[in-house]
Design a protein around this ligand. Structure first.
Ligand code: CP
Ligand code: NVA
Length: 298
């Protein structure tokens, strides 16, 4: 069966752990599962980390990446998502896409004869969550022993992180404003994966005892028109040194980046000794190798 990677939720705990193991192992590089094969990397939105880590992961596994801007293929404009996917599947071993609507990667996966990888949608960012888990386990210990706090907008990155932390038996706490938090149904969905989930509108309460504090931009790509309103609503959710004081004494800070110093995080925290943001960004390459090796059947 074709292995797509559209979100963390649809992976079993065994599959999730296997992808993490493949990521940190060097054997996937030696085995070159993409030898003489192409990988399509289609981006409807800008990217630094995802594009570069995926391109270099494809090369490490022996393949050839073909970067394509979304408007060049024109999902449902130049031709249908299904026609694009079916044709590209004849050239490439993997189709990877960064899209506005999650339904686009679902539609690709529904018709593609080769694996489809989600490189960020409005719903999820599985490659980021894999890198986040690898980074936390390297620096803080097994996820099952950790309390992982998310502060700010309950967005695509938060959802994938929560799915991964819960599946691996960790404690996930959310500190988000009303209207930008997880619904009761969403909390219940995460809770079913395992671990524990706690939510508060008070960021201090959310970080209490946390071993890792994560945040992300208040304005995701595509939400630019809401910028002014969001800056007001999220102002009390800046992760600064005072907020970090409420976390565990050795708490680490993480951010998927791009970051906005003085908005969702203070420069002092982002650039401080407890920040893992650069290691986290570099582990996007580690995770990309594991994800590609897994969809190739490893
Ligand atoms: N974190 C992340 O996905 O970064 P890019 O948008 O630069 O790819
Ligand atoms: N939540 C952000 C993540 C960027 C990597 C966005 O969707 O723009």
């Amino acid at each position: 069966m074709t292995r797509h990677l559209l979100d963390i939720a649809s992976l079993s705990v065994h599959e999730l752990r296997h992808i993490l193991d493949l990521s940190v192992s060097q054997t996937t590089i030696a085995e070159k599962p993409l030898a003489d094969k192409g990988v399509a990397l289609i981006f409807e939105k800008p990217s630094n980390r995802t594009r570069h880590s995926m391109e270099m992961a494809v090369v490490a596994l022996g393949g050839h990446p073909v970067y394509t801007r979304g408007e060049e293929v024109g999902f449902d404009v130049r031709e249908s998502v299904e026609d694009i996917a079916r044709i590209m599947a004849g050239y490439h071993a993997v189709l990877a896409a960064r899209v506005f609507s999650h339904s686009v990667v679902e539609r690709m996966a529904a018709v593609s004869s080769v694996p489809v990888v989600n490189m960020l949608s409005d719903m999820s960012h599985p490659l980021q969550a894999l890198a986040d888990i690898i980074t936390m386990e390297e620096h803080c210990g097994p996820i099952s022993s950790l309390t992982v706090a998310w502060i700010g907008d309950y967005n695509n990155v938060a959802r994938s992180l929560g799915e991964a932390v819960c599946k691996l038996g960790g404690n996930f706490t959310l500190g988000c404003p009303e209207g930008y938090n997880a619904s009761p149904d969403e909390i219940a969905r995460l809770q079913e994966f395992g671990g524990s989930v706690r939510q508060s509108v008070d960021p201090k309460e959310a970080v209490a005892g946390a071993h890792v504090v994560h945040t992300d931009t208040w304005i995701s790509m595509g939400q630019e028109e809401e910028s002014a309103a969001r800056r007001v609503i999220f102002a009390p959710y800046c992760v600064d040194a005072a907020l970090m004081q409420n976390a565990d004494a050795n708490a680490k800070f993480m951010h998927c980046m791009p970051a906005h110093r003085g908005e969702e995080v203070s420069a002092e925290v982002f650039d401080g000794a407890s920040s893992l943001v650069i290691q986290q960004g570099h582990h996007r390459l580690t995770a990309a190798r594991g994800a590609l090796a897994w969809v190739m059947g490893k």
